[in-house]
Design a protein around this ligand. Structure first.
Ligand code: HEM
Ligand code: HEM
Length: 203
């Protein structure tokens, strides 16, 4: 018996997200402050294309979470009551992690937060790129300079999330790193069965 914790549709969407975020952050910083000249047109074009692909990927991922073959929306359901105990665990005040299902209560909040932040970042991006378009009311209400500053601030939120995300994955569940990228199937043994619940397939 083997266990698959992250199925290929989820893994592909995650990898695509990661690559697109690299392109968006790279081109975004260039648009913010071009260190070498002559690439602004390309940077803007790549930023917009990557942004569209990211938003389509996000929409598809949300759809898949609810209606896909390996739907996993329940893994993201907030567990606010268990949150203080999980925070105690992260602060080294308790040895017991609270984990029901694939993600602990803090992971669930962080992932939901990132999804909401991506949607907000997209809305700000549309207001920036098309101030007369569908998000024009934002450009009129807040002002383009403010929207630009918020879009830039959110970029730093994403960078902070990824640094903490990487640190926690590598220190807490290094095996999840392999599962997320290469879809490695772990042998079902006492430890994995006790710490993670997931779809079980026979080989
Ligand atoms: C999700 C959809 C997104 C859309 C539609 C979008 C759109 C835009 C647009 C239209 C601009 C202005 C470009 C110009 O001045 O010509 C911009 C700038 C920028 N974007 Fe995005 N973007 C998106 C996501 C992201 C993400 C995820 C990041 C970071 C990882 C990011 C980082 C930046 C940065 C740093 C700038 C420069 C802001 C400044 O000038 O201070 N964007 N974006
Ligand atoms: C080098 C970069 C990254 C690595 C190594 C990484 C690794 C991982 C791993 C191992 C998991 C599964 C955690 C577990 O099972 O306990 C995960 C989940 C997740 N990661 Fe990342 N990640 C990276 C970048 C990103 C980025 C850039 C985003 C978002 C913009 C992101 C968003 C998520 C989300 C939302 C989940 C929940 C699972 C899912 O989406 O199916 N990650 N990541």
């Amino acid at each position: 018996m083997t266990t698959t914790t992250h199925h290929w549709p989820q893994r592909t969407a995650h990898l695509l997200n990661l690559l697109l975020m690299l392109v968006l952050a790279g081109t975004g910083f260039y648009i913010h402050r071009p260190l070498v000249g002559g690439l602004m047109g390309l940077a803007r074009y790549a930023h917009i294309v990557a942004a569209f692909v990211l938003l389509v990927n996000l929409a598809w991922r949300i759809y898949y979470a609810f209606l896909g073959q390996y739907k996993d929306a329940r893994e993201f359901k907030p567990q606010l009551q268990a949150l203080p105990r999980q925070i105690r665990y992260y602060l080294f005040l308790s040895n017991h992690e609270v984990k029901q299902g694939l993600y602990n209560p803090l992971q669930r909040l962080a992932y939901l937060g990132v999804i909401i932040l991506l949607i907000l970042q997209g809305i700000l991006g549309f207001a920036l790129g098309w101030p007369q378009g569908i998000m024009g009311f934002l450009a009129n209400g807040l002002g383009l300079a403010e929207i630009r500053a918020l879009h830039y601030l959110f970029t730093w939120f994403f960078i902070t999330f990824v640094i903490i995300h990487l640190y926690l994955v590598l220190t807490e569940t290094p095996q999840a790193f392999l599962e997320m990228f290469w879809g490695e199937r772990r042998e079902r043994n006492k430890t994995s069965a006790a710490t993670r619940s997931s779809t079980t397939t026979s080989k």
